[in-house]
Design a binder for this molecule. Structure first.
Ligand SMILES: N[C@@H](CCC(=O)N[C@@H](CS)C(=O)NCC(=O)O)C(=O)O
Length: 212
């Protein structure tokens, strides 16, 4: 029985969230680690837009948006009810703010030299006002973003907050967002996160399959 194939890049937050959902749902698959500067032809042939993650299902369906991959995985299995926490609108709003304006500021905060209109600290302040402060407030009220249990929103957003924290780890360690920090630590130290961050060599056509 052929397995689904996931084209992935270890550090990409979109790929991380796709792998989190797929591992959580216990979907066995073949993982193909991609080097973004040398994307495999096999991947570009099925998804010419050239972003990871890309999931190729055995009967040929291609899912090449990370959120769609997460939702597909959760349709296969959702053992702890990630889809049952909070309402759909709140989930969509949180993820839309993360993927849109927050991600744009995160890129500027990470690479301020490419965006000289403002300073590193300005971009960070904007990200705090837009998103970080609100997430910390939610997590002060409840242990996860939408209540007492992890949800799709937690898993979709956490890889981006991890990147935000890593830009200036010393600053983040002392920043006035203790609830956000413990939520992130809880997640980064979890067996699920460790499982999806395993390292694999770059895939080349003809390689023996790497089972994820
Ligand atoms: N909307 C896409 C975005 C995926 C994305 O932008 N991935 C980045 C890596 S983190 C990528 O593949 N960029 C293409 C490149 O760098 O060539 C998704 O959610 O899957």
């Amino acid at each position: 029985m052929p397995l689904p194939i996931l084209y992935s890049f270890r550090r990409c937050p979109y790929a991380i969230r796709a792998r989190l959902a797929l591992k959580y749902a216990q979907v066995p698959l073949e993982l193909r680690e991609v080097v973004l500067r040398h994307k495999p032809q096999a991947m570009l042939a099925i998804s010419p837009k050239g972003t990871v993650p890309v999931l190729q299902l055995p009967h040929g369906q291609i899912i090449d948006e990370s959120l769609d991959i997460m939702n597909w995985a959760l349709q296969q299995a959702d053992p702890q009810g990630w889809l049952n926490q909070g309402d759909t609108q709140a989930t969509q709003d949180l993820i839309a703010r993360n993927d849109g304006p927050f991600k744009a500021l995160l890129d500027r905060y990470k690479y301020p030299e490419r965006h000289p209109a403002h300073t590193f600290a300005d971009y960070r302040d904007q990200a705090i006002t837009l998103c970080i402060h609100g997430l910390n407030q939610r997590l002060t009220d409840t242990p996860f973003l939408l209540g007492d249990k992890p949800s799709l929103a937690d898993m979709a957003i956490a890889p981006f907050i991890r990147q935000f924290a890593q830009v200036d780890a010393e600053w983040f360690a002392n920043a006035p967002f203790p609830a956000l920090r413990s939520w992130l630590n809880h997640w980064v130290e979890s067996p699920l996160f460790h499982a999806v961050m395993a390292k694999y060599p770059a895939w080349q056509a003809g390689d023996a399959p790497t089972i994820f």
